[in-house]
Design a protein around this ligand. Structure first.
Ligand SMILES: C[S@@+](CC[C@H](N)C(=O)[O-])C[C@H]1O[C@@H](n2cnc3c(N)ncnc32)[C@H](O)[C@@H]1O
Length: 251
């Protein structure tokens, strides 16, 4: 389901007569895909907010980056990025991110959302062109945020829909701050869909991202964006994610 949520426009569109179109014209559970608009909108915000504060964005890191769509869109929207890092504890997601972002080879069959029983496996209908990769430009790091003490000086850090999948959201800003440049921008988003398995302590179930920051940070922008997801083909989940842009105040 994360492949559909992140990459449906490349992976699950059927080409007919050389023209890529959706597989059917009648809306329905098999023809309507979740579209990765969220990531395009995040990249647009990142461009606007970094322009507004005249931030030269050379180094970008996405924390909990899943299968890599945010990195892909940020690199499309913002020119001049030298280093991209994707931090993700799921080895499966990291493998998909590596295949989608950094390789031109044929993709293996893809898990596609089907019935509640589980996915079916289908050939990819297409794939994104890999992002420009000079030596060492992209790093895909199969780790938790807390294991990133060696990462430093990122101008732009995104952490999208991870807060409510973290065991201690209140600790996240400490670790994120460690990897940011002093004048860097952090874009954080969350739909606050907390549960016991990801965040056992209910006292940590916040409802405003701003509550994670002390007053050494200033707000650069704030909005809400829809984030769509489909656990199986007859169930659409549409979250509204709070999106917050923060940077540290000049001292
Ligand atoms: C709901 S998914 C969001 C994925 C992607 N950012 C998106 O918006 O589609 C939450 C992600 O957070 C990752 N995650 C959970 N705990 C983490 C941690 N401690 N450090 C970094 N990522 C974490 C998960 O592996 C998962 O990929």
């Amino acid at each position: 389901m994360y492949l559909e949520a992140g990459w449906s426009d490349f992976l699950f569109v059927q080409p007919i007569s050389g023209i890529a179109v959706q597989s059917e014209t009648t809306p329905g559970p098999h023809s309507e895909l979740v579209k990765p608009v969220f990531f395009q909108e995040i990249a647009g915000l990142a461009k606007n907010w970094t322009d507004a504060i005249a931030l030269d964005v050379r180094r970008v890191c996405d924390i909990g980056g899943g299968t890599g769509r945010a990195i892909y869109e940020l690199d499309l929207q913002i020119s001049g990025i030298d280093k991209l890092a994707l931090v993700e504890p799921s080895a499966t997601f990291c493998n998909w991110a590596a295949m989608l972002l950094a390789s031109e080879s044929k993709l293996p069959d893809l898990p596609k959302v089907d019935t509640a029983v589980g996915p079916i496996y289908v050939p990819a209908s297409g794939r994104p062109a890999p992002i420009p990769l000079a030596a060492d430009r992209l790093k895909i790091l199969n780790r938790n945020l807390e294991e990133c003490v060696d990462l430093k000086n990122f101008d732009l850090v995104t952490c999208l829909n991870v807060v409510d999948r973290h065991h201690r959201p209140e600790d996240m800003i400490f670790y994120i701050k460690e990897i940011m440049s002093p004048d860097g921008l952090l874009i954080l988003s969350s739909p606050f869909d907390f549960d016991q398995s990801s965040t056992p302590d209910e006292n940590s179930w916040i409802n405003d991202l701003d509550s994670l920051f002390d007053n050494s940070w200033e707000t650069i922008g704030e909005t809400e964006l829809f984030y769509e997801f489909r656990p199986f083909n007859r169930k659409w989940t549409r979250y509204s994610s709070q999106v917050l842009g923060k940077r540290r105040k000049a001292t």
